[in-house]
Design a protein around this ligand. Structure first.
Ligand SMILES: Cc1cc2nc3c(=O)[nH]c(=O)nc-3n(C[C@H](O)[C@H](O)[C@H](O)COP(=O)(O)OP(=O)(O)OC[C@H]3O[C@@H](n4cnc5c(N)ncnc54)[C@H](O)[C@@H]3O)c2cc1C
Length: 367
């Protein structure tokens, strides 16, 4: 049987970032991907926002990796010629209760290490974004947008330059403990032996962990899909920043994201969904018209066209933002050389380079 040092399962943004970090001339790394191409699932079906990190509990992996990951992405973009637009973002309050929420986010973000957040008056909001229905707001100047696809292409090129081998159309179907590591079985490939296996399988990460013999309910690894749909405004609006409502229980709320062409995306929604299906239900349009109308005058259902949809891999046992990323070596489960990444929902894109740094640290003594 062929033998490799590291197998990364899943070529989404996280598996690509981990592969780019770990690939090196003195070790062999195989990146298994189920689809015909890298980055076709959640990593290319999201808001493409470089989040700042004001939503997550202080000390959580989400807070740490989002704050660090944002800086790393801006650096990476500058180095690899990937345009990252520091648009800034406002979270606008329309009631006393929402004002309380944005004050809380200001404190949380500041505790998480963001030194640039500002609470601004309704007048300043109106000055910054005259086209929106304003109110007092939390301003995050360092939030931005970028192309997740260009980012993933650069990560793949970097991983391959380091010697990583991407095997597409090769879903991993079995993992068995064997002398010197794990026997990896993947469709369209001969089984091979791997010393280290890193599970970055996104929506399927809980099932891959189950292949290792982990009881995913007892471990708290079971995921559920929370779907997010997007619509797009047919006519461009003069908006320069990201415009958000205060967050809800399970998502950041339907927001407005300007794109480079002057268009505006509206979304995403958030609802539990039972299968991998990225179609958009047109009957949900009223929710988006209502969401956009919070900020823009005269938006009706006729102004919206269906855009895209994604699925968040949310941990089933956790609710809302208390569900942190799980990134774990499984030595204590009798699985040395296994690292699982489960529940990598938002801000997983922003956090990807910081997650890769962390995984590299976890794997250090295994390599
Ligand atoms: C609606 C929505 C909006 C979001 N907005 C943002 C945002 O603005 N900013 C932000 O930071 N984050 C955002 N996120 C979160 C972010 O998109 C994800 O956290 C991130 O993309 C997760 O990347 P991943 O590599 O873990 O997963 P994925 O992109 O899902 O990649 C996993 C890969 O594993 C492969 N795979 C699965 N099973 C197997 C197997 N058995 N063998 C081989 N390959 C396998 C899949 O085909 C896939 O390519 C959003 C998410 C959603 C759904």
């Amino acid at each position: 049987m062929e033998q490799v040092d590291i197998t990364v399962i899943g070529a989404g943004v996280v598996g690509l970032a981990v592969s780019a970090k770990l690939a090196a001339s003195d070790r062999t790394l195989v990146l298994l991907e189920a689809n015909p191409r890298h980055g076709q699932e959640t990593s290319s079906r999201n808001s493409e926002v470089i989040h700042a990190g004001m939503y997550y509990p202080t000390g959580s992996l989400k807070a740490k990796f989002c704050v660090r990951g944002k800086d790393l992405i801006y650096e990476y973009g500058a180095k690899h010629d990937i345009k990252c637009r520091r648009t800034g973002k406002i979270i606008v309050a329309h009631s006393a209760a929402e004002e309380k929420t944005i004050r809380h986010l200001y404190e949380l973000g500041t505790a998480n290490g963001l030194g640039d957040l500002r609470l601004i008056s309704a007048q300043e909001t109106a000055r910054l974004e005259p086209a929106i229905k304003g109110g007092p707001a939390l301003l995050s100047p360092s939030t931005g947008i970028f192309s997740a696809d260009l980012f993933m292409d650069a990560l793949l090129a970097q991983a391959q330059d380091g010697g990583a081998m991407l095997l597409t159309q090769s879903p991993c179907t079995a993992l068995e403990r064997a002398a010197g590591g794990y026997k990896v079985t993947a469709m369209n490939q001969e089984p091979f032996l791997s010393r280290v296996v890193i599970n970055c399988a996104g929506l399927n990460a809980d099932n891959v962990a189950a292949m290792m013999g982990i009881d995913i309910d007892a471990a708290g690894y079971r995921q559920q899909f929370v779907k997010g749909e997007y619509f797009r405004l047919k006519s461009p609006r003069a908006i320069s920043m990201l415009v958000y409502p205060p967050p809800g229980e399970v998502s950041l709320g339907i927001h407005l994201t300007p794109d480079t062409a002057g268009g505006v995306r509206v979304g995403p929604s958030a609802f539990v969904f039972d299968r991998k299906d990225y179609s958009i239900d047109e009957s949900h349009k009223p929710e988006f018209a209502a969401g956009a109308s919070l900020f823009l005058n005269g938006v009706t259902e006729k102004d919206l066209i269906a855009d895209t949809a994604g699925l968040r891999p949310k941990l089933k046992s956790a609710s809302g933002h208390s569900g942190d990323f799980i990134i774990r070596r499984e030595d204590d489960r009798g699985l040395p050389g296994i690292i699982n990444l489960v529940g990598i929902d938002s801000p997983g894109l922003t956090s990807s380079l910081a997650i890769a740094e962390h995984v590299s640290g976890l794997a250090k003594d295994l390599l």
